[in-house]
Ligand binder design. Sequence first.
Ligand SMILES: [Zn+2]
Ligand SMILES: [Zn+2]
Length: 327
Amino acid sequence: MISTVNNHNSTSWSNFGNFLDAGKGSHYNGISELKRYMQRFGYLRIFENRSNDEFNDQFEASVARYQRKLGLTVTGKLDSETIAQMAVPRCGVSDTSRPTKVHAIQHYNYFNGKPRWSRAMPTTLAYAFAPNYVVSNLKLSDIKLIFRRAFSRWSAVIPVNFTETEDYGFSDIKIGFYIGDHDDGEPFDGVLGVLAHGFSPESGKLHLDAAETWAVDFDLEKSTVAIDLESVATHEIGHVLGLAHSFVKESVMYPSLKPRQKKTELKVDDIEGIQQLYGSNPNFNIKALSQSDTSSSNHAADSKIEIGLSRWTIVAMILIVCLTIKA
Ligand SMILES: [Zn+2]
Ligand SMILES: [Zn+2]
């Protein structure tokens, strides 16, 4: 992963390997870059002196916070597991979210203030593609097909429909591919690093880094740095609807995605999170979930139990999935 990033001379995250096994109490040339990473994604407070190359208490605490959230071994040191995770491309949205209770299990999160599209349900949101902000290696028809599929995954579980419109100015959700600084204070950074970002409701902005090698089919796109468009689209739509990052590794709302990795199916965690905001699509049932999630077996295939009835239903389902995977 790290060497892949180096080959493409992209973000400075590729140099994080130089700090392998760094720990508190010393100066490391250039570690301020890593502090910038921690600050950008919500692990280090803004007033921390970022140009300082000292591995100090605050930085150690931020490394531990990062490890805890991402489900790594908590050492407070820049061990190989942590460095490798930091080099994985990810969403540009910060990992800060509404504080959860101590000892609470890791699950879906919301943005501060828990914003959602404040309309009576059921509703329809219109989306449009920014004219002139597409990528040359993909056909517009393919991009549209991918987004139609990504939107349909969310509309299958909540009472929100999505419809494409040509009227960009009046669309609720505005999708575009942008290079570098594109006037929203969140510049993109070239190949890998940050892949995309989606703004919380009711902004509707969904931006993808045009510098990525976006793929609709890995059989056709052989690049080692290819990024699956559908996986990222599904994730960013989650933000546009009001979900922040989840730290359940399998969830669509987990912040990072490796090149050539595909993660398009909503998991129980994503579904419970979004249904807390919008309620359930009356047509959604457990059968629909088991059909789309090949890992969750046929245990519940014949049952018509509505998901989201109670937390215990979810806990039971997670257990079934875990047992199935182990078996
Ligand atoms: Zn994200
Ligand atoms: Zn943007």
